[in-house]
Structure formats: structure tokens, C-alpha cells
Design a protein around this ligand. Structure first.
Ligand code: HEM
Length: 424
């Protein structure tokens, strides 16, 4: 055993047993971050804050929630919302954080796309981030089921039914996922298990991987400037702080992040206190009724773009049913962002404002996704006309543009690489 001396204080006592000083050095005071980054690089810490809020508020909700089809609705809408002191506050904090985490995830993703932070050397950061996106989507979907309102029930029915289209095993798969031939108590309890146990554990593990994967390639910067981190860190350590291009994660970088998190929290608390309804669907305040289909079923706002891709193909093509094409496009939309580091054929990390073609690609993608999101909320059919074309046609065109963008990406990035004069 290592020699244990009389400790000079509590920190020293801990250090002799857990080696916390070297650990803090590696993780905090000598973990180097580029200086040349803006507030958009604080989104990762905002996400961590939101996830912590979801975790803590979820624990409080769990104390009164009942995962049973006969009790779930009342345990949320009667017990938590009306009877338990401040139960409504915990619920609104949880619901608003769940909605906002997607807004910030999208901002975080698009910042990474704009600055090329997914490229060569950073693939694992990107892929672990995408895994987080998928897990958060599953977490949000399973959470949406728990109040067992009309939308909970019908969303569960529609989404689980999609699996029936998997060739050969489709029907069996649906029964396996639901735990029954129809959406029932078994379905609720297994989604409850996913929401409160399995997915949170997986998410925490992937967040650890996401952070770890940042260490070797380091955090990118606004101009994608490549420099020697060790040399810049030496400059900082030996007092040449102004000239050094890096700052330590703690206290310099995190203190800036705390400022952004604080401003964000003002916005967050404002929404919780004054606009909490935006995170809840009014139809979900009616108890689940399998005999009464809501006239218009739609997902939460953050799934609308992919929902619109699913129903974008509203007519059969060459005899292939519209539903099957929509499903293939939907499946593709779920995985295509994973492939971004490999579809981009220009390995050099360069921000979009220095890549003329990619810059256009980026903005078209962003506008198209916003468009798909807006149209995803509208009821299907030709009856509401906007921009002089029907909803269906507008959704179809936006879906085709979405697919075309990913077909074009390797081509335009290869052209840009050639124009730049090579792979470096
Ligand atoms: C709750 C989920 C997430 C958390 C807590 C998280 C956290 C972080 C943190 C703290 C950083 C470093 C600082 C920064 O750039 O903000 C970071 C960087 C990064 N994240 Fe995430 N992230 C999450 C989800 C995602 C998602 C969904 C993606 C995209 C698919 C993603 C992709 C990236 C990339 C590419 C970087 C590197 C940025 C750079 O080098 O400049 N992250 N993340």
C-alpha cells in the first residue's frame, strides 16, 4: 500500500486516497480548449444541464407516477398536477426541459456541421453524438406514452405499427414490441422500463464516450485552425497567457459556459412559468380511448421533419406503394446523419463560410428541415393550400430536396476538394 502521511487538510486527505489532484489536472485545469470559439460552443454544457434537470425532475415524478393503464392518467393529471405540493412544477420543468433539449441538440448538431467538426479524426465524436440523438428520441417517445392520454396511446399505436412493414418478420415484431396483439398494459410497462432505467443508463454511458472522444482530436475552433496544443498549453502554463491559443477547461472555459447557461436558464424558467403549455399537447389531457381516434395524429415538434419525410410520398411510384417508399425514406432519414463524416469527401476541417458550395448546401438543408417541420404539423390532404401548392405536394418536394441533398454531398465536397488542390 502507498505510504499514507498525516494529511494537511481534507483535500490532501482525499488526494492520498483517490489521487484527486492528478485527476483534476487531467480533467479540468490542464484540459486545453481553444480560445477562438464563440457562445455556440457552450451548447454542450447547456445540454448537460438540461439532462441533469430531466434526471432530477424525473426522480420526483417517479415517486407518484403509476405505470398501469388504469392508474397512469390519474396519477399524472390528478395526483401530480393537483394533489402533490408543487407536483405541477416538477412536471412542467420536466416537459419544458424535454422539449428544449431537442432545440439545443439541433443547434449543437448544426454548429458541428457548419464548422466541419465531424470530419476526419472526429468521427467518433460525431457518431457518439448521433447515438445520443437516437437515444434521446427513444427517451422522448417512451416518455410521451407515460401519461396514457389520447396522444400517448395513438402515437404508440401508429409508431409500433410501422414495424409491421419490416419484411418477413413484421407482424411478429409488432407483437414482440407491444408485448401483446394490441397496445396494452404490457406496452406501457415496457416503455416505462425503457424510459426510467435502460435508456438513461445508456445515455449516461454514451455521454461519457462523447466527452472522452473529444480528448484526442480536441475541440474545434471558429476558423478550424490547427495548432500544437501541447506547445500552446506550455505557453499558457509559463505565464504567456495572452499569446497562447488555448485556455484550461477549468476555470476559464467553464466560467464562460456558466454565463451562457445562466442566460439560458432565465429563458428556461420564463418558459416553465409562463409558456409551459407549448411542451404539452392539449389532446393528451383526454384519457386514452382505443375506440376514439383523434382526427389528426402528429408527433412532438422535434420529430415533425422526419414524420413529413415518412408521409412525403403520397402516391405509388412504379407500382411500389406510397407507404413503403415513405418508410424507406423515413428509415434513411434516421441514419443518414450518421454517415455525414463519410459522405463529406473533403477531409480538411474548414468552416462553411470558407466553402462556397458547402455553404449553400448547409443553408438549403437547414431551411428544408424547417420547412419539413412546419408541414409535418399540417393535416394531410389537398385542402389547405399554401405557396399556391397543396400540402401534400409541398411536403413531397421538401422530402425530395432532403434526399437529393445527401446524394449531392459527396459530389460537391469532392469538387471543392479538387478546387482547393487536394486532400490536405
Ligand atoms: C445530450 C447530448 C449531448 C451532450 C451533453 C453533448 C456535449 C458536448 C460537449 C460538452 C462538447 C464540447 C463543447 C461543445 O462543442 O459544446 C461537445 C462537442 C461536440 N458534440 Fe456534443 N453533446 C451532445 C449531443 C451531441 C449530438 C446529438 C451531436 C451530433 C450528432 C454532437 C456532436 C458533437 C461534436 C461534433 C462535437 C465537437 C465540437 C467541436 O469539436 O467543436 N453532440 N458535445
Amino acid at each position: 500500500m502507498a505510504e499514507i502521511k498525516k494529511a494537511t487538510g481534507f483535500v490532501d486527505w482525499l488526494d492520498q486516497r483517490l489521487a484527486i489532484k492528478p485527476l483534476l489536472k487531467v480533467l479540468m485545469t490542464e484540459y486545453w480548449i481553444p480560445k477562438n470559439i464563440n457562445f455556440l460552443w457552450a451548447m454542450g454544457v447547456v445540454l448537460l444541464t438540461l439532462f441533469s434537470i430531466l434526471f432530477v425532475t424525473g426522480l420526483f415524478l417517479l415517486m407518484y407516477y403509476k405505470p398501469d393503464v388504469n392508474l397512469a392518467f390519474d396519477s399524472v393529471n390528478q395526483v401530480i398536477m393537483q394533489e402533490v405540493a408543487y407536483g405541477w412544477l416538477w412536471r412542467h420543468l420536466h416537459a419544458v426541459a424535454a422539449s428544449l433539449i431537442f432545440l439545443i441538440i439541433y443547434i449543437h448538431m448544426f454548429v458541428a456541421i457548419y464548422y466541419g467538426s465531424y470530419k476526419k479524426g472526429r468521427e467518433i465524436i460525431w457518431i457518439s453524438g448521433m447515438l445520443l440523438f437516437v437515444c434521446f428520441s427513444a427517451e422522448a417517445f417512451s416518455g410521451y406514452m407515460l401519461p396514457w392520454g389520447q396522444m400517448s396511446y395513438w402515437a404508440a399505436k401508429v409508431i409500433t405499427e410501422l414495424f409491421a412493414n419490416v419484411p418477413l418478420i413484421g407482424d411478429g415484431l409488432v407483437v414482440w414490441i407491444r408485448g401483446n396483439y394490441y397496445v396494452s398494459d404490457a406496452t406501457l410497462t415496457r416503455f416505462f422500463m425503457l424510459h426510467v432505467v435502460l435508456l438513461p443508463i445508456v445515455i449516461i454511458a454514451i455521454i461519457a464516450l462523447h466527452f472522452y472522444s473529444l480528448r484526442v482530436p480536441h475541440v474545434n475552433n471558429q476558423e478550424a485552425e490547427e495548432f500544437n496544443f501541447e506547445r500552446e498549453a506550455e505557453k499558457f502554463k509559463y505565464g504567456n497567457k495572452k499569446e497562447s491559443k488555448v485556455i484550461p477547461f477549468w476555470p476559464a472555459f467553464l466560467s464562460k459556459d456558466f454565463f451562457v447557461v445562466s442566460v439560458f436558464m432565465i429563458f428556461f424558467v420564463y418558459l416553465v412559468c409562463f409558456h409551459f403549455n407549448f411542451a404539452m399537447d392539449p389532446i393528451n389531457f383526454d384519457p386514452a380511448d382505443n375506440m376514439k381516434t383523434p382526427s389528426h395524429i402528429y408527433p412532438e415538434w422535434y420529430f415533425l421533419w422526419s414524420y413529413e419525410v415518412l408521409r412525403g410520398f403520397y402516391f405509388d411510384i412504379f407500382g411500389i406503394p406510397a407507404m413503403s417508399i415513405g418508410l424507406i425514406a423515413f428509415g434513411l432519414a434516421q441514419v443518414i446523419f450518421f454517415l455525414l463524416p463519410f459522405l463529406d469527401r473533403d477531409p480538411k476541417v474548414i468552416p462553411a463560410h470558407k466553402r462556397p458550395l458547402f455553404r449553400i448546401w448547409f443553408w438549403v438543408l437547414l431551411v428544408d428541415l424547417i420547412f419539413l417541420t412546419l408541414y409535418g404539423k399540417l393535416p394531410p390532404g389537398n385542402d389547405i393550400y399554401s405557396l399556391f401548392i397543396s400540402n401534400n405536394l409541398a411536403g413531397f418536394i421538401a422530402t425530395i430536396i432532403f434526399i437529393a441533398l445527401f446524394v449531392l454531398l459527396p459530389i460537391i465536397t469532392a469538387i471543392e476538394r479538387k478546387n482547393r488542390g487536394g486532400a490536405k
